[in-house]
Design a protein around this ligand. Structure first.
Ligand SMILES: NC(=O)c1ccc[n+]([C@@H]2O[C@H](COP(=O)([O-])OP(=O)(O)OC[C@H]3O[C@@H](n4cnc5c(N)ncnc54)[C@H](O)[C@@H]3O)[C@@H](O)[C@H]2O)c1
Length: 255
């Protein structure tokens, strides 16, 4: 793949990425650091986070800051956002990326597991946004990018609560875009298809599933996390200054 575009508007912007230690989040943290943005990322995988910071420093990116935070704990994420604002002065960009696509049948869902699945896939996206809005209002600008999925469109099975959360993220994006547009805060959504992260390779990417992906996609190759990160960069930059309220599919032409 060719080198990344450079977005001058992203230099020194304060960018918060949730679930930034691995997968699409990891690629996103690396992409923003390569733009010399100041990234703060939240995750629970300390080892992967440390290795990512080393790799970014080795590649000449701006050193990101890692915060250990279980996003299911709302008080904890509110505390981390307060720390980030105290340390860097503001938040310019929020990428609500963290999620967990653990498989579950309809029969397995209990009231507790429903709440837990919503907590790791939906609830933190709202409360992270709520937490960064005061700083964005003071700055008179902001960009929020919410990670959804094509899973609720194709549709997928064996992940009914996850899919419900991913569909809700599109609706949440559209109402928050209108709630916050008056403050020049843009809210957009990204809907990835099958992206070959390490977790996907380890857990779900069987030969059969790979054949299914290639059959469904227009492009006959697998899509990389860095390709999603490129779309996120654009939506975060001033080059997308008139774009808000939208959801962008990036799936090699599946849906
Ligand atoms: N990979 C795909 O094919 C694909 C497709 C569609 C949508 N997505 C979405 O993209 C986003 C990233 O997915 P990914 O494939 O990179 O997943 P991933 O599992 O590789 O990365 C998710 C990251 O979020 C972190 N995380 C999970 N729960 C957390 C919690 N409670 N607190 C803090 N951090 C937590 C994990 O530790 C991990 O680093 C998710 O929202 C996912 O739903 C992925």
């Amino acid at each position: 793949m060719n080198g990344m575009a450079i977005y001058p508007s992203l230099e020194n912007r304060v960018v918060v990425v949730t679930g930034g230690a691995t997968g699409i989040g990891e690629a996103t943290v690396g992409a923003f650091a390569g733009q010399q943005a100041q990234v703060a990322f939240l995750d629970i995988q300390d080892g992967a986070a440390g290795k990512l910071i080393e790799r970014i420093e080795g590649a000449g990116g701006k050193t990101p800051v890692y915060y250990r935070c279980d996003l299911a704990n709302i008080e904890s994420l509110q505390g981390v956002v307060a720390e980030i604002v105290a340390r860097f002065g503001t938040v310019d960009v929020l990428v609500n990326n963290a999620g967990n696509d653990a498989r579950h049948t309809v029969e397995q869902v209990s009231p507790q597991s429903w709440d837990d699945t919503m907590a790791v896939n939906l609830k933190h996206q709202f409360f992270m946004t709520q937490a960064v809005v005061p700083a964005m209002r003071r700055a008179g600008r902001g960009a929020v990018i919410n990670m959804s999925s094509i899973s609720w469109v194709i549709p997928s099975t064996n992940v009914p609560v996850y899919v419900t959360a991913k569909a809700a993220i599109v609706g949440m994006t559209r109402t928050l875009a209108h709630e916050l547009g008056g403050d020049n805060i843009r809210v957009n959504c990204v809907m990835p298809g099958a992206i070959v992260t390490e977790r996907q390779k380890r857990l779900w990417l069987t030969e059969e599933y790979k054949a299914e992906i290639l059959k469904r996609q227009a492009l006959k190759r697998l899509i990389e996390p860095e390709e999603v990160a490129r779309l996120v960069l654009f939506l975060a930059s001033d080059d997308s200054s008139a774009i808000t309220n939208q959801s962008y599919v990036i799936d090699g032409g599946w849906v």
